[in-house]
Design a protein around this ligand. Structure first.
Ligand code: ASP
Length: 331
C-alpha cells in the first residue's frame, strides 16, 4: 500500500502539473528524493551565433514543439546566413577553393543522419535529416550525398560567396594551414535541446576548418564525436579541433559520464581533461588546441567546459536567452 507521504507528494505534483505552462513543466514521475521543477524546454548552442539560432529554435520549443524540429530550424538560420563564415552558405572553402560541408542530427529514438564533404547545398543539416528519415543508411559523403540531396529536391547552387573566395585567394599567397584558436576560421554550430515533452535532440553543422585538405572531415558529422544524444540520459555537442574530438569520441564520452552520474558540467570537464592528458601523452602543444563541449541532461541541467579561454555558448530557457562563458583547463 502506498504511504500517505507518497500519496501527498503524488497529488501535489499532479496539481502543479495541471497548472504548469509549457515553459514550466513538471516531471510526471519524479523520484522520491527529487521534488525540483524540470527546466524545460531548454536549448543550448555554441558560440555567439548560438543566440540567434536559439531564438529560432524557441519558435518551435516555446509552442511545445519537438526538439528535433527546433534544432534543425535553429541551425538552418546560421547555415543560411552568408555572413557566418564557418557554417553553410558562405562558409570558408578548403585549400582548393571548394566549400565542403559536414553535418549530423540525432533524435530522441537513436535515429541518426549525417552528411560529410557535401558541396553546393546550403543546408547540410536538412540533408542529414533526410538521410535519417528516408534512407536505410546513416551517413552519405561527397558526390553520393550531393546526388541524394538533389534527388530530394535540394537546390544545387554555388555556396562560395565573393568574400570567402577573396579570403581564399589571399590565403593562397602563403598557403599555410593554421587553424587559429577561437578565431572564426572554423567554429561549428552545435545545438542540443530538451522539449516540453521531455525529449532530447541535437544538430551539428559546419564548413569545418578553413583551407583544410580537400576531403578532410572533422568531428561535426560524426555521431559520438561532434554530437551524441541519449534520451534516457542527456545530450552533448562539440566545437573546436575536430581531430581531437574524434580521437576521444568526445560527446559520447560526455554522455556516458552523465550516465554514470556526473552533472553536465562535471562530464564536460572530465572529457576536456581526457583530451588534455592525451595531448600531453602525444607531446603536442595544448596551446594550439581548442575544444569546447556543451551538455544537457534530462532535467534540463546544463554545463560546459573547454580547453582554453575564449569559447562561449548560448542558453535559452525560462530565464531568457543569454551567452555564457565556461570555465577552462589551461590557466
Ligand atoms: N569542429 C569543427 C571541425 O573540426 C570546427 C570547429 O568547430 O571549430 O571541423
Amino acid at each position: 500500500m502506498q504511504s500517505r507521504r507518497k500519496f501527498l507528494k503524488k497529488s501535489a505534483i499532479a496539481s502543479l502539473a495541471l497548472a504548469a505552462s509549457p515553459l514550466d513543466v513538471l516531471a510526471k514521475d519524479l523520484p522520491e528524493n527529487n521534488s525540483t521543477v524540470i527546466n524545460r524546454p531548454i536549448v543550448l548552442s555554441t558560440w555567439n551565433f548560438g543566440l540567434k539560432a536559439n531564438e529560432e529554435a524557441w519558435t518551435v520549443l516555446g509552442k511545445g514543439g519537438r526538439a528535433l524540429d527546433a534544432v534543425e530550424k535553429g541551425v538552418r538560420l546560421v547555415e543560411n546566413d552568408p555572413n557566418e563564415r564557418s557554417v553553410g552558405y558562405g562558409g570558408r572553402p578548403d585549400r582548393d577553393g571548394r566549400v565542403t560541408l559536414d553535418a549530423c542530427i540525432m533524435d530522441e529514438n537513436y535515429n541518426i543522419g549525417s552528411v560529410a564533404c557535401l558541396e553546393h547545398i546550403k543546408n547540410p543539416i536538412s540533408v542529414a535529416r533526410a538521410i535519417m528519415e528516408k534512407t536505410p543508411h546513416v551517413m552519405l559523403v561527397g558526390d553520393g550525398a550531393l546526388q541524394f540531396a538533389v534527388s530530394q529536391g535540394f537546390k544545387k547552387e554555388n555556396i562560395l560567396t565573393p568574400e570567402s573566395e577573396s579570403e581564399w585567394k589571399e590565403w593562397l599567397k602563403d598557403s599555410k594551414y593554421q587553424p587559429i584558436v577561437n578565431i572564426e576560421n572554423h567554429d561549428t554550430i552545435g545545438m542540443i535541446a530538451l522539449d516540453a515533452n521531455g525529449n532530447l535532440s541535437g544538430a551539428c553543422t559546419t564548413s569545418g576548418m578553413a583551407f583544410k585538405m580537400h576531403g578532410r572531415v572533422g568531428d561535426s558529422p560524426i555521431i559520438g564525436a561532434g554530437l551524441f544524444v541519449d534520451n534516457e540520459v542527456g545530450a552533448a555537442t562539440a566545437t573546436g579541433h575536430g581531430e581531437e574530438v574524434i580521437r576521444t569520441v568526445g560527446t559520447h564520452l560526455v554522455v556516458e559520464l552523465m550516465r554514470q552520474g556526473r552533472s553536465p558540467q562535471q562530464a564536460c570537464k572530465e572529457a576536456v581533461e581526457r583530451i588534455v592528458q592525451i595531448t600531453k601523452r602525444r607531446n603536442k602543444n595544448l596551446k594550439d588546441i581548442q575544444v569546447g563541449f556543451i551538455a544537457l541532461n534530462k532535467k534540463g541541467e546544463y554545463g560546459s567546459f573547454c580547453i582554453q579561454d575564449g569559447f562561449n555558448f548560448a542558453v535559452y530557457d525560462q530565464k531568457g536567452n543569454r551567452l555564457e562563458k565556461p570555465d577552462f583547463a589551461l590557466k
